[in-house]
Design a protein around this ligand. Sequence first.
Ligand SMILES: [Zn+2]
Length: 281
Amino acid sequence: MISHGESWKHDFIVSSFQADQIRYHHYFMINLVKSTYINVRHRLIDLFLSSTKKAVYHQVLLRHNTYYRGLSPEGKRNFIIRTHLFIGTTRFRSQEGLSVPLVMKIILSAAFVQVTFGLNEDVLEYFNRIVIFSGPYSYKNTSKRFKGDVNPRTRTINLSWPSVARGFEDAEDGINLAIHEFAHCLILENSRRSYLNRILNASDLRAWKLQAVVLLRQIRNGQAPFFRAYGGTNLMELFAVSLELFFEKPEAFARENPEFYQCMTMLLKQDPRFTPYPPLP
Ligand SMILES: [Zn+2]
């Protein structure tokens, strides 16, 4: 016999199970629609993007992006299309006296494409303005100098170019400013979008947070030296620092903390160790 209290509990368990199922069903359907839409869009861009332009993208990416270099021909084609799309939907601005040539735009956009290569997401809707500075900069009325930051108020990503370039010169040191700032964008934009249009799967993000909270404590106690101390600032910084390591030291990361690495692959739907095609099937 079920008492009134137990019955309520039972109903709650059933309804929360059903809610999870409904949410999963919604997520599955939305992703199906999104991936169909993205595939059509990519095919159209592939059709209309000139071979000369594709060759320019290819040469720049081959020279500056290690992730791209490791991709299959099919992966490279998809990467070029995504890079072109991101450049076309982003407003690039610069500090007075500094120009933003196509090479710079490609190098920078490639960081976003790399981070989202496994996701059904190829543009940012909220943070679609990037401002490039010739060196560390500061905001009015403060003396603090920044190499990069994401400003939700102005919906802008600010970056010091020398630091961005350094991030790609050494692709295995676990430090990459552009990947770091795009990681912040992903989380901020994800939380600002409607439930049905989120970038990251809610249950994958929850699973990531559960492990991240433990890791955060370990970093602060000096028990996880693989992650640089700055990652111990808060969960937001830990996500950004983890993403840098995920892409620049995937093998070492997976050896160091297999469970957390697995969470990252589920969240981003890719495993950078799987060259020539990192996206999960
Ligand atoms: Zn940060």
